[in-house]
Design a protein around this ligand. Structure first.
Ligand SMILES: Cc1cc2nc3c(=O)[nH]c(=O)nc-3n(C[C@H](O)[C@H](O)[C@H](O)COP(=O)(O)OP(=O)(O)OC[C@H]3O[C@@H](n4cnc5c(N)ncnc54)[C@H](O)[C@@H]3O)c2cc1C
Length: 382
């Protein structure tokens, strides 16, 4: 079987789903291929926070810090795109509840003020509060909190809803979806890519590598070596009474996030490590990540820490050596685009818009040349 398409998207996580919808809306004939069931890798296991105010720079155990200031124009752009999608995509599971970023030391409070200046310059509304003001606004906050910033644009999207809703919409608007279809080869001839799978191949001028943790494996099929490392993170949930916590809470100096989802679970994350990345099975759970994440809750929101531990799960992500995202066309492989890395749940709508503009021509929005895959290229693997 040989089929023609304008765009082949490899991977049906949230990046692939949002990208398929954007290209379909731009009039392209889109095919999405996923080796397994859509939304079962990073996008289904994620915390799903929409990080609009400046994020903390390091998850537990992380080496290089995220250059958080440089991400702000992207955070502002993606914030608006999430709202636009919510207006046209049913059941997106978007919750714009607002969020606090808390600080416990003088140095961390200084960081709140610095990031507030950056946010003001980037056009993201935040407010700095003292510890007393923060506790008045959210009495659940504990006595160690010395200050906080509030951002009404923060929030989350329910991970089991957002990606599937985007994919359903893309299919409803004309995209073709092939689950259980692993891409096994990529060849370029006469200005077209041949995307091979066990069941047949697709010919297309544009390939989008949205394979998340497997992005480097897909690039390798195209003869491109990319410095990307998959790893696994760990999440936890605690029981709580309905409507106990109606905002997102994060920490400015540590990887830590907590909010309450539609099933009333308190969902805890922050980039705590799980065991080694497995390509097929979930990574093993690490006991010290569980105790560490729960200890953060006991310190920051003491009244919530007594809730029963309901679930512990792990999920895969892809990391870059500089901990920054990656997006763009790969040099030497015309028509082959990658998008992923740091906070790609938050950035999925933006990656989708940018990829469409880069591939089809058009207004590209924020400058993402610094996040080009060129910095990750290593010697060809073929
Ligand atoms: C525990 C955890 C917490 C996180 N918290 C946040 C957060 O709060 N906010 C945030 O913004 N980000 C967060 N992230 C990161 C974010 O969730 C991911 O960056 C994002 O979901 C990645 O989406 P994706 O579509 O690129 O990849 P994925 O969702 O991982 O999807 C990749 C897809 O590619 C498919 N695939 C792989 N190989 C092939 C092949 N050969 N052929 C066809 N298909 C293939 C897979 O089957 C998979 O469906 C977190 C991640 C984790 C794991």
């Amino acid at each position: 079987m040989h089929t023609e398409a304008d765009v082949v998207v490899i991977g049906a996580g949230i990046v692939g789903a949002a990208t398929a919808l954007a290209f379909t809306r731009a009039g392209s004939r889109v095919v999405v291929l996923d080796r397994t069931t859509p939304n079962t890798a990073g996008s289904g296991t994620t915390a799903g926070n929409l990080h609009i105010q400046t994020i903390h720079a390091r998850r537990p155990g992380q080496g290089p810090a995220v250059d958080v200031e440089r991400l702000l124009p992207l955070q502002k752009a993606t914030s608006g795109l999430w709202d636009s999608l919510a207006a046209s995509v049913p059941d997106l599971g978007l919750v714009r509840c607002g969020g606090f970023m808390v600080a416990e030391t003088e140095d961390q409070v200084r960081r709140l003020h610095t990031k507030h200046q950056w946010e003001r310059a980037a056009g993201i509304p935040t407010e700095v509060l003292t510890g007393v003001e923060a506790r008045r606004a959210l009495p659940l906050l504990g006595p160690t909190i010395e200050g906080a910033t509030w951002c009404a644009w923060d929030g989350f999207a329910e991970p089991d809803m957002a990606g599937p809703a985007l994919l359903r919409r893309a299919v409803a608007e004309g995209a073709g979806l092939h689950s259980g279809t692993p891409v096994t080869s990529l060849h370029r001839a006469n200005g077209m890519w041949e995307v091979g799978t066990p069941g047949g191949s697709w010919h297309t001028p544009v390939v989008i590598d949205a394979a998340g943790p497997w992005m480097a494996d897909i690039a390798a099929l195209a003869g491109v070596g990319l410095q990307l490392t998959p790893m696994s993170l760990q999440m936890h949930s605690l029981a709580a009474a309905p409507k106990t916590l109606e905002v997102l809470v994060q920490h400015v100096g540590e990887g830590m996030s907590i909010k309450q989802d539609r099933r009333d679970r308190l969902v805890l994350g922050g980039g705590w490590p799980a065991g080694p990345f497995h390509t097929v099975d979930p990574a093993p759970v690490l006991e010290h990540s569980t105790t560490g994440n729960i200890a953060q809750v006991a310190r920051l929101l003491p009244d919530l820490s007594g809730g029963q531990l309901l679930e512990v799960w792990t999920g895969p992500v892809v990391t870059t050596p500089d901990e920054m995202p990656v997006i763009g066309e790969v040099e030497g492989a015309p028509g082959f685009f990658v998008a992923g890395g740091t906070y790609s749940f938050t950035f999925a709508p933006l990656w989708a818009e940018l990829l469409t503009a880069l591939a089809l021509g058009g207004e590209t929005g924020p400058d993402v040349s610094a996040f080009s895959p060129a910095r990750l290229l290593r010697l060809s693997t073929q």
